[in-house]
Write a protein of this length. Structure first.
Lengths: 101, 284
């Protein structure tokens, strides 16, 4: 399975993880086959990354996927990173993200 | 929109009878509270519900608990985990069924992740009962499930407020309902007679310094919730990491190197746990 940015999603790819909205409600389940319509709908809903089966060619490289993950990490900590403890926690999570990329 | 708090409370009281709460729950409560309770007697009641037993054993044997040896039957689970943990697990199977009904898979993932994180923190800080802490972490957002199912219109408004104002679900619940999911969690814990060591982390996970008799377990769940959200595992209804309570943090006495160890191990645990969630069978 591979994480791909929505720009690199193509019709025919199969979801390996469900796509959920912010509250965790499943919009498209595991095994759903992407169509141009579905990709357009995901884009309208603000979904920026999905996980698909296999390792389709032309999908996001690791560096891209890492930068997306870092952006999301920054967004999650946006209100609390000024606090020394929370800043430390964010830094340590970032370290794990980079080590595992 | 105004919400009748007493009306909600009455509706929650009736949840005791919802079909998702297994029949055996009512049967084992008096036994578990009896001083002469024997694990075999309780196990034989739980085992009479095969689907429930299978669900409990599947969670217990997953990466979320992470025992070195496989727990093969309910008697074994009761002896190793204790009555309170098994009681919490029975509740959690019911909660998961409710989450499925409400389409809250992201919240289930967050809850399982929080249970795994709480287990890591509890073990690393030498908690006398890490399994109890994990179980209360598994149930910590139970109030959100009930709000979602009992108050669908208000839930939609809560989602809108979270999105528009970029605030936490907790704050949006206060704004729309005048109370929040920890209030509902408190009501449920009372209805289900959960002991304080399981109930206080559910009631006070956003304000652990309010805990009267379970400060350290409550502080652990406060930290685990924040860490799981920080890592971005599952969804608690918004994408914000909550501030860790400084008073409760002091009670945990975690230095810099231990903090790094905890985060590293939690990361590893959550990767394993992901396989459990997205493996052959997503349902438990």
């Amino acid at each position: 399975m591979k994480d791909v940015t929505l720009e690199r999603a193509r019709a025919g790819m199969k979801l390996a993880r469900p796509v959920t909205n912010k509250r965790g409600i499943i919009l498209y389940g595991v095994g759903a086959v992407l169509t141009a319509d579905i990709i357009a709908r995901l884009s309208e809903m603000g979904v920026d990354q999905i996980t698909v089966d296999g390792n389709p060619p032309g999908t996001a490289d690791d560096e891209e996927s890492l930068s997306l993950q870092i952006n999301k990490l920054n967004a999650r900590f946006r209100y609390v990173e000024g606090d020394p403890l929370m800043g430390k926690m964010k830094h340590l999570i970032l370290k794990q993200l980079k080590e595992r990329a | 929109m105004s919400v009748d708090r007493e009306d909600i409370r009455k509706r929650i009281g009736r949840l005791r009878n919802v079909p998702t709460l297994p029949d055996v729950f009512g049967k084992i409560i008096p036994l578990m509270e009896s001083p002469n309770a024997r694990a075999q007697d309780i196990a034989s009641i739980i085992s009479s519900d095969q689907a429930l037993s299978a669900k409990i054993l599947r969670v217990v044997n997953s990466a979320f608990y992470g025992f070195p040896r496989r727990i093969s039957n309910i008697t074994h689970a009761l002896i190793i985990l204790g009555f309170d943990v098994v009681r919490g697990l029975i509740l959690s199977t019911a909660v998961f069924d409710m989450m499925k009904t409400g389409g809250l898979h992201g919240l289930w993932k967050h809850s399982l992740g929080c249970a795994a994180a709480a287990g890591v923190i509890a073990r690393k800080t030498n908690s006398p009962n890490p399994d109890e802490v994990s179980t209360s972490a598994l149930l910590h957002d139970i109030g959100k499930v009930v709000i979602r199912i009992e108050l669908p219109d208000e839930s939609t408004l809560i989602d809108q407020v979270v999105e528009e104002k970029q605030i936490s679900t907790y704050d949006a619940e206060e704004e729309i309902l005048g109370f929040n999911h920890t209030t509902v969690g408190d009501w449920l814990c009372q209805e289900w007679h959960l002991p304080a060591k399981l109930a206080e982390p559910i009631m006070h996970h956003h304000n652990p310094h309010l805990s009267k008799s379970a400060l350290v377990p409550t502080a652990t769940v406060n930290f685990a919730d924040s860490l799981t959200r920080g890592i971005g595992f599952g969804s608690g209804g918004d994408d914000l990491v909550p501030q860790i309570d400084p008073e409760a943090w002091a009670a945990l006495d975690i230095g810099d190197s231990l903090l790094e160890e905890i985060i590293k191990e939690t990361y590893y645990k959550l990767e394993e746990a992901d396989d459990f969630l997205y493996g052959q069978s997503v349902e438990i």
